[in-house]
Write a protein that binds this ligand. Structure first.
Ligand code: NCD
Ligand code: ZN
Length: 362
């Protein structure tokens, strides 16, 4: 297949292993966009206000999501916090909660209740290892803790390595990898360590992220060389790397009205999640980062659907359900908004031409 010229692609439904669905009216607006982006399985982040730190609240939230977006398999996570003891891990595992998200305190949106001292959670990690729960990591350090000249993500990598050494059977996912160094670090770990790659880190760099509020997110997009390593990593087909959009909706006015450099962090890609990955890979081909024929249907299905499901020990996608992508000249609209216009979120890459996506169920 030559991605640049292909007119029609048929793929298994995507599994998006990192989504932000928010609460209330914003949740009702964004949850239905999961399927629009070709996704049937979504791993939901717990950084709500307040964060999801009890099993009951997670289960309640799951019900709300299922009501807002029927047909999506929502996998749930807890927010790592002092109250997440080994006993809570046992309860969470019995209740079907999939994993626990570790946010170093203060590194991103709604992470003030995050972790300041990792050692305090060693018993919790041991319980997660025993119950085979996943540890999802926002792998960045606070700006004040990074050595000069080193990115916040690179400065976190020794912590990833030491956690993996201490808990070798704990399945760990380094979320939204944004640097060549992180890709190397994940490859150097054993098979229990994997990483998600977003759509937007495949097309944004620091040049856009610094100055366009709709391109600003954590981890901050880096150099063109980092972006291109992520693209090559997908084309290599390594099963340690899979899709997690980190689509992070913020109300349009909070982005547009923010003072320069002060917009809330998060890029919204959910309604075109699959298409934005395709677009970024196409641009990678145009720049000569990967070969014309490097992106086969197999490579796409592995990255977007199979690798993530396998790492999470989920069944394969139902073979009778497919997503069909066709070039019909459609462009990404400016925003997604509620019927009465009161809730509105700006789309990443508004105006750009993308494949049109439809679901095919035999
Ligand atoms: C996320 C959000 O808005 O919740 N923001 C982001 O920039 N990615 C949080 C996160 O995943 O860091
Ligand atoms: Zn996120």
């Amino acid at each position: 297949m030559h991605l640049k010229t292909v007119q029609r692609i048929e793929l298994p439904p995507a599994a998006d292993m990192h989504v932000h669905m928010r609460q209330g009216d914003l949740m009702k607006l964004v949850a239905p966009t999961v399927r629009q982006g070709g996704v049937d399985t979504a791993y939901v982040m717990p950084n709500l206000v307040p964060p999801l730190t009890t099993v009951d609240r997670v289960l309640e939230y799951k019900k709300d999501l299922e009501a807002a977006a029927p047909g999506v398999n929502f996998l749930m996570s807890l927010f790592l916090h002092a109250s997440i003891t080994p006993e809570v891990i046992a309860l969470a595992s019995a209740a079907g909660i999939t994993g626990v998200k570790l946010y170093p305190q203060g590194v991103t949106t709604n992470s003030d209740a995050g972790v300041a001292d990792l050692k305090a959670f060693y018993d919790t990690f041991a319980a997660m290892e025993k119950h085979d729960m996943i540890l999802n990591i926002h792998g960045e350090v606070l700006e004040s803790l990074a050595p000069p000249g080193m990115t916040l993500e690179e400065a976190f990598l020794p912590t990833l390595k030491s956690l993996h050494e201490r808990f070798p059977d704990l399945r760990i996912i380094l979320e939204h990898t944004s640097t060549a160094a992180a890709v190397e670090a994940v490859k150097a770990c054993g098979p229990s360590v994997a990483a998600t790659i977003t759509a937007h880190h495949l097309y944004l760099t620091e040049t856009e992220a610094c100055c366009n509020p709709h391109a600003f997110c954590k981890p901050i997009p880096k150099k063109p060389t980092d972006r291109d390593v992520l693209i090559r990593t997908i084309a290599e087909g390594n099963p340690k790397f899979f899709f997690g959009s980190d689509s992070a909706p913020h109300l349009l006015h909070t982005k547009n009205d923010a003072a320069p450099g002060k917009a809330p962090a998060g890029v919204f890609t959910q309604p075109f999640a699959t298409q934005l990955v395709l677009l970024a890979l196409e641009e990678g081909i145009e720049r000569g980062v990967i070969a014309e024929d490097a992106v086969s249907e197999e490579i796409l299905a592995n990255f977007l659907s199979r690798h993530g499901r396998r790492f999470y020990k989920l069944p394969e996608a139902t073979p009778t359900k497919k997503i069909v992508l066709e070039r019909q000249g459609a462009a990404i609209p400016e925003s997604v908004r509620s019927a009465d216009g009161s809730v509105e979120v700006g789309n990443s890459r508004a105006g750009d031409k993308v494949f049109t996506l439809r679901w095919k169920e035999a």
